[in-house]
Design a protein around this ligand. Sequence first.
Ligand code: ZN
Length: 273
Amino acid sequence: MIADLSKLCLHTITTKPWAIEVAVPKYAAAGVKGITVWRNAIEGRDLAKAQKLIADHGLTVVSLCRGGFFPSPDAAERQRAIDDNKRAIDEAAALGAPHVVLVPGSHPRQPLTVSRAQIRDGIAAVLPHARAAGVKLAIEPLHPMYAGDRSAVNTLRQANDMCDELASPSVGVAVDVYHLWWDSELAQQIQRCGSAGYLFAFHLCDWKTPTLDFLNDRGLMGEGCINLPQIRGWVEAAGFRGFNEVEIFSDLHWAKNQDEFLREIIAAYERHA
Ligand code: ZN
């Protein structure tokens, strides 16, 4: 069977040991069609050159990762976040990325409700800049284990509610199976997200048991307990036609030969996604 890789996108962070100049030709040669560019991969690079490199290899830029991190008890910090998000929007525009993924942020020294209000206000503050640049913003709800310091938006319902509040065609959601697989409301909230036009992105990996590290022990599809075909089915039934983005942070996988890891990713995508 020839696998259908036409919707396969890789996040540059998934093959972190590779510089973008190495990753792009390797992805293209392997049949990958999309790339989500992490900002660390383009740090200090000429963005026009990076855009050309990606286009010359026939890859579609799916997203820029990442902006967000809006909440702080300190107003100057909140302003710094807003300024940084505007830079991320400019980078996305330069690369031709349709949206910036937002990791919302959270702060341990204030209530989640306050952080959520600051996330909403932060997005509202950068929205005019995003609209002018023709770049959208995708709120990524994060697993509740990150509620203390990375995201006060932890369910798809909360992300959908925030999109309702902001009421802009430029604001939507990135659905990541790692963060949302456990939620009994997931099918219903994916349907709501799609119907409202909020479903901008779909991220794949797996949840390992035990998870050895909160951040850098994500599984390759099939290594864990997430029912990927079921969630992909919900996402597609909700009208999503975009890329399936493989996003894996893993000290174990990064320690491997990345050519071998890329072959494993493609095999796992064919078999489990
Ligand atoms: Zn993600």
